[in-house]
Design a protein around this ligand. Structure first.
Ligand code: ACO
Length: 426
């Protein structure tokens, strides 16, 4: 199959690539060479495939999300986060012995060099945990300096295990620093998710018993966030890694990309928005009008998505989970009622319907995090913890696929050549 492009009276032919779910892409890699300089322009990469990938399939029109062929609904209902991590990174669900070995290897690497505590000490208590976690992830390189030989299976495996082991410790430390708790290494006798909870919440002078309702809710949330193909942070991880910067440096960059309120930072922004509406008397109609007013920068946070133009399948699962978790924990949260009210109004409103704006994964996740006792400024860190296996899988695929360095082009719109003017003459 070929695609033809006509430019300046001449025709050029390009091969068309077909994906395993019958998606087509025009391969324009020879466009510049064939046409003597023509490039494509695609702001925000809305129509550009940056790679071929076998990890995650997403159909935004039909609200489908699958990891390695398994539906998100199936995995969220049945799998553990660690199984999903293994699946994303290595391509298959692990056998019992593979999973046991995977977790034993992680536990063996779960200490973080004590010197790292000095770096954490340098941050003010008020520092946003996303900045702290991104910096500490980069700082890990100093303590694990050997560069990863991607031709060595063992080297790749070791780097991946180290990150899966140490990252939750860094996330927990970011929270403990903020809440004035002593730093801790958790408890290897627990499962991965249970240990995350204990590392975050154990008080120095008290035992911590993991609540299975909370552990199960967190397990589900982490699975739902574990990968989402070539989104902003994942593309960042791949592009940084394409320069052969190491795994930790690439992930640290991905964390920074995730931080923004148009991406992972939306979960914090949603709760802040809902709290704001509540404090302002709970008038959802007023905020609906603000969201639609083009003169007003206000957007309904947690609504809309670059690729989902039907519904976000993760949002559907999370909405149900929010109801279940709050009921199970006996928590009543007026903010949940405001969220439901806003959703109902938006789904019936012409502006939102026309633009295909539906609740995304972040609309309800914050409400669950809150009911689990996780502070608002930690929400995006929780997202990063969930997304870690996806970033690792995408980085690994990119390096093993020997992808070239990512380097987009541009259409230059600046000044033509001009001469330097002496400062007195300007
Ligand atoms: N509230 C009000 N209007 C919106 C919203 C919103 N949340 N989202 C999009 N629109 C409007 C835009 O103003 C635009 O209107 P126009 O056609 O009249 O100009 C139209 O819908 C299309 O919006 P774009 O910004 O062009 O869509 P894009 O695909 O570039 O952006 C994005 C997607 C960034 C997610 C956007 O919908 C948004 O800002 N949402 C709120 C932030 C958010 O929830 N982000 C989390 C995304 S999920 C994730 O990253 C994990």
């Amino acid at each position: 199959m070929k695609a033809k492009i006509e430019f300046d009276g001449k025709f050029y032919e390009f091969p068309v690539t077909k994906g395993s779910e019958d998606e087509y892409a025009i391969d324009i890699s020879s466009l510049r060479a064939q046409t003597d300089g023509l490039i494509t322009l695609d702001r925000g990469f809305k129509n550009t495939g940056s790679c071929e990938s076998a990890i995650t399939f997403l159909n935004g029109e039909e609200g489908v999300l699958r990891y390695r062929g398994y539906s998100i609904e199936d995995l969220a209902e049945n799998a553990s986060f660690l199984e999903v991590a293994y699946l994303l990174i290595f391509g298959e669900l692990p056998s019992k012995s593979e999973l046991d070995k995977f977790y034993e290897d992680i536990k063996a690497e779960s200490n973080v060099d004590e010197e790292m505590k000095k770096i954490l000490d340098g941050f003010p208590k008020s520092a946003h945990p996303m900045g702290v976690v991104s910096s500490l992830t980069n700082a890990l390189i100093a303590f694990n300096p050997s560069s990863v030989n991607v031709d060595s299976k063992e080297d790749m495996y070791k780097a991946i295990i180290k990150l899966l082991a140490k990252f939750p410790v860094l996330c927990a430390w970011a929270l403990r620093k903020r809440t004035g708790q002593p730093l801790d290494y958790g408890d290897d006798s627990l499962g991965y998710v249970e240990n995350v909870l204990k590392m975050m919440f154990k008080k120095a002078n008290q035992d911590y018993k993991v609540d299975p309702v909370i552990a199960s809710a967190l397990n589900k949330l982490l699975i739902l966030h574990a990968d989402h193909e070539q989104n902003c942070s994942t593309s960042t991880v791949r592009i940084v890694g394409s320069s052969h910067a190491g795994l930790f440096a690439s992930i640290s960059a991905g964390i920074s990309a995730l931080w923004g309120p148009l991406h992972g930072g939306a979960n914090q922004a949603v709760i802040e928005m809902l709290e704001g509406i509540k404090a302002d008397g709970g008038d959802t109609k007023k905020y609906m009008a603000k969201a639609k007013d083009k003169e007003d920068p206000f957007r309904l946070m947690g609504f809309g998505h670059r690729v989902y133009k039907n519904f976000d399948p993760r949002a559907r699962i999370i909405k149900q989970s929010a109801d279940d978790v709050l009921a199970n924990l006996g928590v009543e949260d007026p903010v949940l009622d405001i969220a439901k009210g806003l959703e109902k109004e938006a789904l019936e409103d012409d502006y939102f319907v026309k633009r295909k704006l539906y609740p995304n994964v972040d609309f309800y996740s914050g409400i669950i995090y809150r009911s689990l006792g996780i502070p608002t400024e930690m929400f995006t860190v929780m997202f990063a913890l969930g997304r870690l296996p996806g970033w690792i899988a995408q980085w690994r695929e990119m390096r093993l696929g020997k992808e070239p360095i990512g380097r987009p082009r541009q259409v230059y719109t600046g000044e033509k050549l001009r001469s330097y003017k002496d400062i007195e003459k300007r």
